[in-house]
Design a protein around this ligand. Structure first.
Ligand SMILES: Nc1ncnc2c1ncn2[C@@H]1O[C@H](COP(=O)(O)OP(=O)(O)OP(=O)(O)O)[C@@H](O)[C@H]1O
Ligand SMILES: [Mg+2]
Length: 318
């Protein structure tokens, strides 16, 4: 799938295991969409504000990058979305405050299974529904930095569960609209992020099955933090021999460098195996992001990875 096709969607969910790079990929997608002139809303779904911090860092560090001012941020939290909704249907402030302060309400919100998740997805639906309407205030695309795997699926399953639990009425009608958007592959897609290692790769295959069960189309797989071989195997073998024979004058430093190179080559082999495995098992268009060595991962790296995304999905030379 080309990037233009991917970014023509109104709603993208970045899904994956914890720590694999969901926030980084969300920003790369947002940056690329903004560079193409789109107004982008990035949504952090129950995150610990990692996306907000990373976006602030990007604004500071990549000031001249085209389109950053077209990106806006929204934190979506289920309880806040529920309160916003209740404020819409109960316009009397005094009544509302009494409800919110009551122990019964607090108990209800904490105990009702899936209520917060349902309200959060409803809020995202509301934002995505405005997207593409031509409204000047509305974004063209909404990119959601979803929580780590299991929790993401819990959110995305909730509208269908509500549809089944309430066969008629307001909740049914609202849930029906959300489910319709999630299943509309021309409007909505997931971008799955993983690293190319045993456990994350296994979890990624589970995510694919989970998303397919929900009916959410998977547009792309990003394999992040992929190590490359530092040199040819034969060279590495020769260097290893040189270390064991004590050939170098600068022994400890040389030995350390060779050991690091061997370690890196080991990671490269593991990563290559899982890249091939995931490509084969999922049959999804895949972008491979290199592991970037840096003192502090920040704006420069995100801009770099955006270029990698463009090069890999659109064949644009870097
Ligand atoms: N391509 C890369 N090369 C090197 N380091 C990377 C790369 N991508 C991500 N990282 C490192 O991994 C960290 C986690 O990335 P990121 O915050 O995007 O992951 P996440 O999936 O959103 O994590 P969380 O589950 O905590 O929200 C980054 O802060 C960065 O240090
Ligand atoms: Mg994150």
């Amino acid at each position: 799938m080309s990037l233009s096709t991917l970014l023509a969607r109104r709603l993208l969910f970045t899904v994956g295991k914890g720590g694999v790079g969901r926030t980084t990929v969300t920003l790369a997608l947002a940056l690329e969409a903004a560079r193409r002139g789109k107004r982008v809303l990035v949504v952090e779904l129950e995150g610990a504000r990692g996306l907000e911090r990373a976006l602030a860092g990007l604004r500071l560090g990549a000031g001249s990058h085209q389109g950053l001012d077209r990106i806006t941020y929204l934190a979506v939290d289920g309880q806040a979305a529920l309160e916003e909704y209740l404020a819409m249907v109960i316009p009397v402030r005094r009544v509302l405050t009494t409800i919110f302060d009551s122990a019964v309400y607090q108990y209800f919100v904490a105990a009702a299974p899936g209520l917060k998740e349902l309200m959060a997805v409803g809020k995202i639906w509301y934002e995505a529904d405005r997207a593409g309407t031509g409204d000047d205030e509305a974004p063209d695309i909404v990119v959601v930095d979803a929580p780590a795997t299991g929790h993401s699926l819990q959110y995305l399953r909730m509208p269908q569960a509500a549809l089944e639990a309430f066969p008629v009425g307001l909740v049914h009608t609202e849930a029906e609209r959300v489910v319709a958007l999630l299943r509309d592959s021309a409007a909505t897609a997931a971008v799955v992020v993983s690293t190319a290692e045993e456990m994350p790769a296994n979890e990624t295959l589970e995510i694919f099955a989970g998303l397919e069960g929900i009916g959410l189309s998977i547009a792309a797989l990003v394999l992040n933090q992929v190590h490359g071989a530092p040199c040819e195997d034969a060279v590495l073998t020769r260097l290893g021999e040189a270390v064991s024979m004590g050939e170098s004058a600068d022994e400890p430093l040389f030995a350390q460098a060779v050991r690091r190179a061997e370690e890196e080559a080991g990671w490269a082999r593991i990563n290559a195996r899982h890249v091939a495995r995931l490509r084969h098992a999922t049959g999804t268009s895949t972008a491979v992001f290199p592991y970037l060595f840096c003192e502090e991962f920040g704006a420069e790296q995100v801009v770099d990875l955006t270029e990698v995304l463009r090069a890999q999905m659109d064949g644009e030379p870097r």
